[in-house]
Design a binder for this molecule. Structure first.
Ligand code: CA2
Length: 147
């Protein structure tokens, strides 16, 4: 089983700014810990972060035939990007949308997601633990689908 962890704009700043909102862990730490959990579960995890919408779209395209599922924190592109939505629907790879913060407890413009309605599920509000919950949910979904 191979999964792709995609992180969008500004998430490279994790652990360095706004710890009250997004926690103290860096993205590198989150990726490292999740990669260890993945290895223990027999899953290969590829990680990619970009601040550029087109780079995220192209990484989704590259996933065709390589990846069984995608874990996605698209950051602000969650609320704006029809291009990312089209890419995800185009490759037809199951994905879970995740967020560190509870986007529904924040500004109204964060309540809309262009990705959520076609996701396997959405995890929001558990800080870095959202990544673990999303991983467990996606793996469970894929294993059940394969059985
Ligand atoms: O809660 C999340 O995970 C978000 O995807 C984070 C995005 C935000 O636009 C979404 O509405 C919810 C923002 C990521 C910004 O990351 C930073 C991390 C540290 C310091 C500053 C920004």
């Amino acid at each position: 089983m191979r999964l792709l962890l995609l992180n969008g704009p500004n998430l490279n700043l994790l652990g360095q700014r706004e710890p009250g909102l997004y926690g103290h862990q860096t993205l590198e730490q989150i990726e490292g810990e999740l990669s260890q959990r993945a290895a223990a579960a027999g899953v290969q995890l590829d990680c990619f972060q970009s601040n550029f919408e087109g780079a995220l779209v192209e990484r989704v395209h590259q996933a065709i035939g390589e990846v069984d599922g995608i874990l996605l924190n698209a950051g602000a592109y969650t609320h704006t990007s029809i291009a990312l939505r089209d890419a995800l629907l185009g490759v037809a790879i199951p994905y879970v949308e995740l967020h560190l913060s509870n986007t529904h407890a924040r500004e109204p413009f964060r309540h809309n997601s262009f990705l959520a309605d076609r996701a396997v599920g959405v995890v929001s509000g558990f800080g870095p633990f959202s990544y673990d919950l999303a991983f467990d949910g996606l793996l469970n979904h894929l294993r059940r689908a394969a059985a």
